[in-house]
Design a protein around this ligand. Structure first.
Ligand code: PLP
Length: 383
C-alpha cells in the first residue's frame, strides 16, 4: 500500500495484504514453527524458526509500524509488560533510568523491585513537571527516560517533544508508553521519541480477547538491535493466532477509538456536574492541568480513559462500583465494553492513586446508557 495512503485506510485494509493463492481479502494465519532451508544451506526467505520469525506476526507489526510512523519497524511481544521490560533489559548494567511517577502500576513495581537486579538505577519523577524532569536526568549516566502519557490512572500529560529534548540533551533515549493515546491520538516518534510501547491488549486489539505488547522504533540502531536480541533470546514474540486477532482488531481501531474518545469527553462533561462526584480527571477538560499540552500533542480527541473521585471517600467509591449494571467491574481497558475499577485496592501501598478514585474505560455503548448506569450507582451508593 502506497505510503501516501491515510493511516485510517492503511488500518482498515491491514496494508492491503491478501491471501495470494485464492486471492482472499484476508491474509491467512501462518502457524509453521520452522521453514525449509535452501539447497545451499541458506535461508534466502528470511524465515528460519518460529521464535524470531512468523509471517502473521510480521504482517501485524508492519501495520502497527505504519500507524506509528516507525521507520525502524515494530516488534510484537506476548504482553505489554514483556515489551516494556525488554526495553529495560536492553540497557547495560550501571545505566540510570528516569521514569514517570504516575504510570502503569505493575511496571512501576517491576522498576522498583526487579530493575536493580539488572544493574539499573531508577529515579521516579513527576514527568509532567519539566523542571523536575530536567533535574532528574544525569548527563552521561541516564540512558533512558520512560514516560507514559496520558498516564494511568490520573491521566497526567507529559509534553513528549519537551521530554525528548531533555532526554537527548543528557545523552538518553525517550520511550513513551502510548497505550492510552494509541496512534489515533498521538504518534510520539514524530514528536521526537525514540521508542513507543503499547499494551496491545488494550485499544489496539479492542475486544478484550488478546494479551499482547508492542514496541516501535524511530531508528534502526544498536539499541533497537539489542531489544530484538532480548526478544529472540527470551522467546517473547507474540504467537501467530494472537497476532492475527490483533491485526483484525486494528482494522477498526480508528472508528472504535474516535467514538470511545468522544463518549469519554461527553461523560467527563456530564459527570463534572454530578452531585456525588468530587472531581473528574480527563485531559479533554479545560481545567485538567495537562489540557493545553494534550490539546497540542493529541489529535481527534483525548482518549477513552477517565477517572472520577467520588464524594464520600473509598467506601462510597467501592459501593458505587458494586452497583453498576452496564459497566463491567473488571481490570484492563480499551475494549468495546466499558469497565469500572477501584484502582487503589489493586495498586496497593505506595500508589499515587487516591482511594476515592474509580477508573472508567469507555467502550462503545451509548453515552446515555453509561451515564445513567453511573448516576444510578452513585445514587444508590450514597443512600
Ligand atoms: N501500560 C499500560 C498503560 C497498561 O494499562 C498496561 C496494562 O494494564 C500495561 C502497560 C501492561 O500491559 P499488559 O497487561 O499487556 O502486560
Amino acid at each position: 500500500m502506497k505510503p501516501t495512503v491515510s493511516p485510517q485506510t492503511a488500518a482498515a485494509q491491514a496494508l492491503g495484504k491478501i491471501d495470494p493463492v485464492p486471492k482472499g481479502v484476508v491474509p491467512p494465519l501462518h502457524l509453521a514453527t520452522t521453514y525449509i532451508r535452501d539447497p545451499d544451506n541458506g535461508y534466502s526467505n528470511g524465515f528460519v524458526y518460529g521464535r524470531p520469525d512468523n509471517e502473521t506476526t510480521r504482517e501485524c507489526e508492519a501495520v502497527l509500524a505504519r500507524l506509528e510512523k516507525a521507520e525502524a519497524g515494530a516488534l510484537l511481544f506476548g504482553s505489554g509488560s514483556a515489551a516494556a521490560t525488554a526495553v529495560f533489559q536492553a540497557l547495560s548494567p550501571g545505566d540510570h533510568v528516569v521514569a514517570s511517577k504516575v504510570m502503569y502500576w505493575a511496571l512501576r513495581n517491576w522498576l522498583m523491585t526487579e530493575a536493580a537486579r539488572w544493574g539499573l538505577s531508577v529515579t521516579f519523577v513527576e514527568s509532567d513537571d519539566l523542571s523536575a524532569l530536567r533535574a532528574a536526568v544525569q548527563p552521561g549516566k541516564t540512558k533512558l527516560v520512560w514516560i507514559e502519557t496520558p498516564s494511568n490512572p490520573l491521566w497526567t500529560i507529559t509534553d513528549i517533544a519537551a521530554a525528548a529534548e531533555i532526554a537527548h540533551a543528557a545523552g538518553a533515549r525517550l520511550a513513551v508508553d502510548s497505550t492510552c493515546a494509541s496512534p489515533v491520538h498521538t504518534t510520539p516518534l514524530t514528536l521526537g521519541a525514540d521508542i513507543v510501547m503499547h499494551s496491545a491488549t488494550k485499544v489496539l486489539n479492542g475486544h478484550s480477547d488478546v494479551v499482547a505488547g508492542a514496541l516501535c522504533a524511530r531508528q534502526d540502531d544498536d539499541f533497537w538491535n539489542a531489544i530484538k536480541t532480548v526478544r529472540r533470546g527470551q522467546g517473547g514474540i507474540l504467537g501467530p493466532f494472537e497476532a492475527y486477532l490483533l491485526m483484525r482488531g486494528m482494522r477498526t481501531l480508528f472508528v472504535r477509538q474516535e467514538r470511545q474518545s468522544a463518549s469519554a469527553m461527553a461523560l467527563a462533561e456530564r459527570l463534572q456536574a454530578h452531585p456525588h462526584v468530587a472531581q473528574v480527571l480527563y485531559p479533554g477538560l479545560p481545567q485538567h492541568p495537562g489540557h493545553d499540552v494534550a490539546a497540542r500533542q493529541m489529535t481527534d480527541g483525548f482518549g477513552y480513559m477517565l477517572s472520577v473521585r467520588v464524594r464520600g471517600g473509598e467506601g462510597a467509591a467501592i459501593a458505587t462500583a458494586a452497583q453498576v449494571e452496564i459497566y463491567k467491574r473488571a481490570t484492563s481497558l480499551g475494549g468495546v465494553e466499558s469497565l469500572i475499577e477501584h484502582r487503589a485496592s489493586i495498586e496497593g501501598a505506595g500508589s499515587p492513586c487516591p482511594t476515592d478514585l474509580l477508573r472508567l474505560s469507555t467502550g462503545l455503548e451509548t453515552v446515555d446508557d453509561l451515564y445513567d448506569d453511573l448516576d444510578r450507582a452513585l445514587t444508590l451508593a450514597h443512600r
